[in-house]
Structure formats: C-alpha cells, structure tokens
Design a protein around this ligand. Sequence first.
Ligand code: ADP
Length: 463
Amino acid sequence: RSRRRWGRAVEVLREFEEGCSPSVGRLRQVVDAMAVEMNAGLASDGGSKLKMLLTFIDRLPDGTEAGTYYALDLGGTNFRLLRVQLGGIQSLILSHEVKSQPIPQHLMTGKAEDLFDFIATALKAFVDEVDEEFEDKTDVRMQLGFTFSFHVRQTSVSSGILIRWTNGFSVEDAVGKDVTQLLERAMRRSGLNMRVAALVNDTVGLLALGHYHDGDTVAAVVIGTGTNACYIERTEAIIKSQGLLTNSGFMVVNIEWGNFWSAHLPRTAYDTALDEDSPNPNDQGFEKMISGMYLGEIVRRVLYRIAQESDIFENSAHCLAVPFILRTPLMAAMHEDDSPDLREVGRILQENLDMPEVPLKGKKVVVRVCDIVTRRAAKLVAAGIVGILKKMGRDGSDGIGNSRSVISMEGGLFASYKLFREYLNEGVVEILGEEAAQYLVLRGFEDGSGLGAALLAACFPIL
Ligand code: ADP
C-alpha cells in the first residue's frame, strides 16, 4: 500500500512539472506575447493588460551630474531617505547616506496630512543631521527625487495623481490628489526648503542609476516582493499620445509588467487556485508566477496536495494547510541546501512548518518542488526581458547584428537567490542562443531606485 501511495506523490509531482515546463518553444512564445502586448498597450489606453504608463522622463543621467541631491523612497512599510553627492565626472558618487525608517501602522491607514507630515518631519531631521557641514544652507533650495511605488497617473516629470494604494496603505483622502503637492505642502509646514524635482516609480529610478553607470542601459527590472519593469521607448512609437514631443525623441515607459498575461504562460491548477484565493483575482497574473510574494506559496500548495495524496510526510503536514506560511526566503534556503542528507531542509520543515522527521525521500520531493517553481519563474523573467528587447529591436532577430544592451536589476530574488539568478541566465541563453546572449548584460544594483531618483532630481532640477 505504502508503495502505491509513494507512487501517487511521484505522479502529482510529475504532473506539476509538466504543467510548469518552460520549454524553449514555450519561452519564445512568451517573448513574442510580451512584445505584442507592449505594442497593444502603447496603441491605446486599455488596449492591453500592460498599462505602459508614460513617465515624462525624456533624459537620463550620463555620469556628468554634479552637486548634492536628496531622495525619498516610499513603497512599503519602510521608507528610505538618501543624500547623494555627485562628483560631476565619470559617474563618480562622492558620498551617499541612507536612512531607513518604518512607517507607524496607524499612519498607513489614516489621513494624508498626518502621513506626509510624518515623512516631511523625518526628512527635515535627516537633512539637519547629514548637512551639518554647511551652515548657510537656508536659502539654497534642495532638490528631491521622490520614488513613490504606487499606482500614479503621471502628469509631468515631477507630478502625478494617486490612483490607488497597495501594500497595506489606504490613506483614502490622498487618492485622486497630486502626490507631489501633498509632500511639498508638508515640507513647507516642516520648514524644509526643498522641491520635488522628479516623481518616479522604483523601476524608473533603477533605470536612471543603471544609465548613470553605463550608457548602454535600456531597461530596468525589479523582482522583489512584487515585480515590474520599465524601458526606453521612442516617442513616435507611443501611439496613444500622438503629438507627444520630447527633445530627445524618447521617453521612459513604465510597463507595469506584473499584470502581463498570455495564454502561453505555463500555468497550472495551483496557479489558478492561488489567483482565485487572492484579494485581486485576474490581476497581476505574471507577478503571481514570478515574484517573492508568491513563490513560497506555490510550493506550499503543491506540497499540501502531495501530503493529502500520499503518506510521504507521515501525517505531520497540518501546517501545510496554512496559506503563505512558507515564505520565499525559506523556500530558497531549502532549495539551496546542498548537504547530502538535506539537513537544512529538515530543520526548516521542523522549525517553520512543524514537520519533524520527514524522511530523506520526502525532503528530496520538497527540494524538487522548489526547483520547479523557481526554474519556471526565472525563465519567465528571462522571456520577459527578451520580450522587451524584441520590442526595442535589440534581440538580434532583425538580422542587422547585435548591439550591447544592459538591464539594471534589483530586488530580493535577484540579489539573494543564487539559483534563481542561475536559471535566469540559463533562460536567456536558451532563448537567444550563446552568441546573441553575450550582448545582453544583467547588472544588479542595491539602493538603485533611491539613488536613481536622486540622479533624476539632478537631471530635472526645479530652479
Ligand atoms: P521589496 O519588498 O521592496 O520588493 P526587496 O526587493 O528587498 O524588497 O525584496 C524582498 C523580497 O525578496 C521578499 O519579500 C522575499 O520574497 C524575497 N527575498 C528576500 N530574501 C530572499 C532570499 N534569500 N531568497 C529568496 N527570496 C528572497
């Protein structure tokens, strides 16, 4: 009997693996779909699940920026304050101070004025602390890059209307208002002589930092708790805003790629169920297959099913019924356990999931499920990136040779999950081939969105 039950575990596993299979053919279809959807989103508002948002950023830092700039990064439960001193030549950052501070829970769901007063007061304290060296600062207007990672309809480089909060924020009287105005008013109340020079999404900040260091940088991808990407587009290709003119002829477009959807995505019953149980069903379909918020949860769902259908976890699987109990960093730690007896897997199962004494073959199944989920995620990210290059005519498929393309990368998955990074690189090579893949460089950054916002303040100062 026990053999048959083990056989059932193997069957569930095999079925899941087949459903997830990121074959090269499948990945290339995803590449094409990404490029097609990007086009559709540029053609008309609502023309695609990809919003393809205008950013009004029509130039990017090139390494010659000089002076002192500030940035404020608000997007999660912590906000970050930065001051950057730029050397003016060769992408030289003379110094950079960062301070991270939590937002008190009650302010995340209270009144706009209270939230922004809190932020402005913290910013004032930060400025006073780091700027002790120059005393006669009062009449110099300071320039701020504001990274605001919520849904905003941008009205210029430095202003935008808040459409919707996410990530646990719901400050209702801020919705429909200009975020920059809210912050600038609060800064005035705090006695801070500072202007918001650039209001940007975190991916746009990351792109700016990448471009500051390397002029071949054409796109930026964040893969942390959530995921998003932006890239440089020719204004004439932005059909939905006909007559849009910029001096450079280009504008950075925020793809909002987490909402990408295609029938070619290798989706399983576990993904469908996860989506149905989520607070935003039918939304963020791509994100739900690739980002840190969800990878551990997909693994949990598969393991739970295996626990129900077989006895390989020996009746100790009650914790596996609890949604989101398996966080992605723990999943990564199990996946990367290379000890012969999978000691780390055993420890995590025991300590975090109350599953003591899982036999070795059960632990191997756990590792296998982690591997399938992460391999699919990373290869889909590879397909998404190549899709952006294809949209830009930079994937080498036009037969006129290759140009070097650099993508700025940031986020917990890319930074901390080695096997994710390895599968991502493997995916790029599979899709493009060894030769063309050499022209694509994925470059990781830390603090990219904040630093980049300060650089954009340097590019678009308010005089
Ligand atoms: P943000 O929450 O702003 O996206 P990060 O970019 O730092 O912040 O990403 C954090 C996310 O990255 C976590 O929610 C988690 O899902 C994932 N993560 C963090 N550390 C690891 C790790 N060691 N392995 C895999 N994923 C990780």
